[in-house]
Write a protein that binds this ligand. Structure first.
Ligand SMILES: [Zn+2]
Length: 268
């Protein structure tokens, strides 16, 4: 395992900040690929190791963990404890992403962000923002194409390129992997994720369908109609309806005594 020093991470942050990846909007996790997106194929070359002015060194982020007794693909946590995990597709407008994180934190909630690699190239500072808020950060493939439909080498590349970015930015490949454009991984993608260092694939049991932009109240109704002990809820950065729904969801979860925790905490 490569150890990443704080200096390396700072360097990587600057390198990432200079990259401009194509594809500015956020397609949904499981939605059909309707957009003619041009994928960024930039291979990041290491930036020169010039030291920067003082910035507190940061610890490496947590690594993935194996949860014995849990399936290879995790769709929910224990049903006998009043906790749920709100999990976000990490892509789209960074201001919206920050607003969602801040809103979650205002309610004492912690969430899980599955970051798309090209999004990290465009907004490398968001990796640390997620971790600094006490949230889980994970891998949601490099370009968010249909990873289950790719041949083996290309699917492996989608997983490892996002993992490399996370490692450069945070010192860890992230605690979770979730496939792009599918709720569950094929056996091949599951195996590739395990080989890349993720013992489990993170699926979900509640689909907010926020990516269909049905309005904030509809997103809140959908989530609150299905959520229960142990639920893993699929949500998205990049959609204003999600931000409109989040306070309603969090307040009602609070009334029901359901705590919104990171996925790691949900399963621990
Ligand atoms: Zn997604």
């Amino acid at each position: 395992m490569v150890r990443v020093t704080p200096t390396d991470r700072r360097t990587a942050l600057r390198a990432g900040a200079g990259l401009v990846a194509a594809g500015a909007f956020a397609p949904a996790c499981a939605a059909p690929d309707t957009a003619g997106r041009t994928a960024s194929s930039s291979h990041t070359s290491p930036a020169p190791a010039t030291p920067t002015a003082a910035r507190a060194p940061t610890r490496a982020a947590p690594a993935p963990r194996a949860f014995p007794g849990r399936p290879a693909q995790i769709g929910h946590g224990p049903r006998d404890r009043p906790r749920v995990a709100l999990t976000f597709h990490g892509q789209g407008d960074p201001a919206l992403a920050r607003a969602l994180l801040t809103e979650a934190e205002r309610h004492g909630a912690r969430v899980t962000v599955l970051a798309v690699g090209t999004w990290l190239d465009e907004h490398p500072e968001l990796a640390r923002r997620v971790l600094d808020g006490g949230h889980d950060l994970g891998n949601h493939t490099h370009r968010h194409i249909d990873v289950n439909a790719l041949p083996e080498a290309a699917a492996r590349d989608e997983i490892t390129r996002c993992a490399e970015r996370l490692r450069r930015l945070t010192g860890s490949i992230g605690t979770w992997f979730r496939p792009s454009r599918a709720a569950r991984a094929t056996p091949l993608v599951e195996r590739l994720a395990r080989a890349a260092g993720y013992p489990h694939v993170l699926s979900y049991d509640v689909d907010s369908r926020d990516f269909t932009s049905p309005g904030g109240p509809a997103v809140a109704r959908q989530v609150l109609g299905e959520v229960r002990n142990g639920s893993v809820v699929s949500l998205h950065f990049g959609y204003p309806d999600t931000l409109a729904a989040l306070p309603v969801v969090l307040e009602e979860l609070g009334r029901r005594g359901l705590h919104a925790v990171t996925t790691t905490e949900l399963l621990s």
